[in-house]
Write a protein that binds this ligand. Structure first.
Ligand SMILES: Cc1ncc(COP(=O)(O)O)c(C=O)c1O
Length: 467
């Protein structure tokens, strides 16, 4: 088969795949899937034609994240502008380290970073696209560590006494970063949250003072805007005041909530963001750009340049004449894919106003879902709501709530119509649909509520699943 013909086939498969109604229509247990799959790598190549069957099989058993029933993680949907950006970026296969190798892509990425810095309020800021919010959180902590001990980069860090503070509902990536940076899990202090899942500033100051008394050095607070389970926004303005008074770096993990900044209605959720030292913001979450697309933004760009410095050891890549334009000097990666084009094309397609409408429509749908839950006697909200995370459970007198809700979620996932996540708030198992998918409308939310209620009643009556 010729390349052209093959590509046409692939595009037909792409078109057929789009618009699937069930996110998990062909749910299959892992052991059965491996039995019916041909995963052998041949000694002699089979040619392009055989790949069509491989691709069909792959698509058949992939979750349809573009389906309106997909409400599980913090992203979803199909974005045609971004899809074309992804394909074109792969076509040209640039690497982002030097201007020489990625001239236009370098300008595109810097245009995005400049705009995101403006939106955050870092007028002199800079940044880089990274492999995700987890990586952005780690870079923020690296910058914080550098500020407290710039010579450590050369000498090696003695980090035994460094402590970092996060809310008890923060994302696990902060622990991962502490591991990578040698800070240690014990030195990530989990600050208590209020009833709505936001970091308590009175507890933060207590923890800072306790650490200082123990001769530990508070070097970083990671505030979360919005948390993974409840979508709670930590009070950035108050936290920044404590950070300033105690000379602590403030990094804001806005991987999930950063998009509120587009909306005049919801921007207040991140009031004070311009007071932070660094921020991460995932365009691959609410903005619906395909994974991965995530920005790390910093108020003082010199610190980012310093932590990414590698002297003149990469003389085969970097030359002084391009020192200020080569993005490899402000990134931890060497070879780096172009994640910028897909975000750039989506932004050109939608504009700031389009992003604001997207955020506001998602919030409208989440409000609608919350109202329905409050009206339905066999459902209850399990948390207040700031963002589009809707935390609920099925309820009935005398049941083991955790067990019943786990069974409900298991049946729903296997029935294929909806994918929602199961999490814990305190000791309670909760169901957590999230609105971050442009395919969702009111009809799908009605269907979801109906399916949870019906499944809950089936579980408590002992009626077996019908799949
Ligand atoms: C609050 C928060 N921060 C960070 C992350 C990690 O982001 P990523 O998956 O892009 O590494 C997540 C992921 O869900 C998150 O919810």
């Amino acid at each position: 088969m010729e390349d052209d013909q093959f590509l046409e086939h692939v595009m037909d498969l792409v078109r057929d795949h789009l618009g699937g109604n069930e996110p998990n229509g062909d749910y299959i247990e892992p052991s059965s899937l491996s039995k019916i799959s041909d995963l052998g790598l041949p000694l002699e190549g089979r040619g392009l034609e055989s790949l069509i069957i491989d691709i069909e099989h792959f698509l058949r058993y992939s979750v349809r994240t573009d389906s309106p029933g997909f409400m599980n993680p913090l992203w979803g949907g199909f974005n045609v502008a971004a899809f074309s950006g992804e394909v074109i970026a792969t076509l040209v296969n640039n690497s982002m380290y030097t201007y020489e190798l990625s001239p236009y892509a370098t300008l595109v990425e810097q245009a995005l970073i400049r705009r995101m810095c403006e939106i955050v309020g870092f007028s002199e800021g800079n940044g880089t696209l990274t492999t995700g919010g987890s990586n952005g959180n780690m870079i923020g902590m690296m910058c914080a560590r550098y500020r407290i001990d710039p010579l450590g980069q050369q000498r090696g860090y003695d980090v035994k006494n460094l402590v970092c503070f996060v809310s008890e509902e923060s994302h696990y990536s902060v622990l991962m970063a502490a591991n990578v940076l040698g800070i240690g899990f014990d030195n990530v202090i989990k600050v208590a949250c209020d009833d709505d899942g936001r970091m308590r500033c009175d507890k933060l100051i207590e923890e800072i003072e306790r650490c200082k008394k123990n001769n530990q050095i508070p070097f970083c607070v990671v505030a979360t805007a919005a948390t993974t389970v409840r979508g709670a926004f930590d009070p950035i303005k108050e936290i920044s005041r404590l950070c300033e008074e105690n000379e602590i770096w403030l990094h804001v993990d806005a991987a999930w909530g950063g998009s509120c900044l587009f909306s005049t209605k919801y921007r207040g959720l991140m009031d004070g963001i311009e007071l932070a030292d660094s921020v991460c913001w995932d365009a691959h979450k609410m903005m619906g750009v395909p994974l991965v697309c995530s920005a790390f933004l910093i108020k003082n760009p010199e610190i980012l340049r310093k932590i990414c410095a590698h002297g003149d050891s990469a003389h085969y890549l970097f030359h002084q004449d391009a020192e200020n334009i080569d993005l490899g000097r402000i990134s931890l990666q060497c070879g780096r894919r172009n994640d910028a084009l897909k975000l750039f094309l989506s932004w050109r397609d939608k504009g700031d106003a389009g992003w604001a409408r997207l955020v506001e429509s998602y919030m409208g749908l989440a409000d609608y879902l919350e109202d329905m839950i409050k009206k339905e006697s066999s459902l209850e909200m399990m948390s207040s709501r700031d963002w589009t995370n809707v935390c609920l459970r099925f309820t009935s007198e005398g049941i083991d709530h955790n067990d019943v809700n786990k069974q409900i979620r298991d049946r729903i996932i296997k029935s294929g119509n909806y994918m929602i996540s199961q999490s814990n708030i305190g000791d309670n198992v909760i169901l957590r649909p999230v609105i971050a998918n442009p395919a969702i409308n009111i009809k799908h939310l009605n269907g979801l509520v109906e399916e949870i209620v019906r499944t809950g009643h089936d579980v408590i009556r002992g009626i077996p699943p019908n799949h």
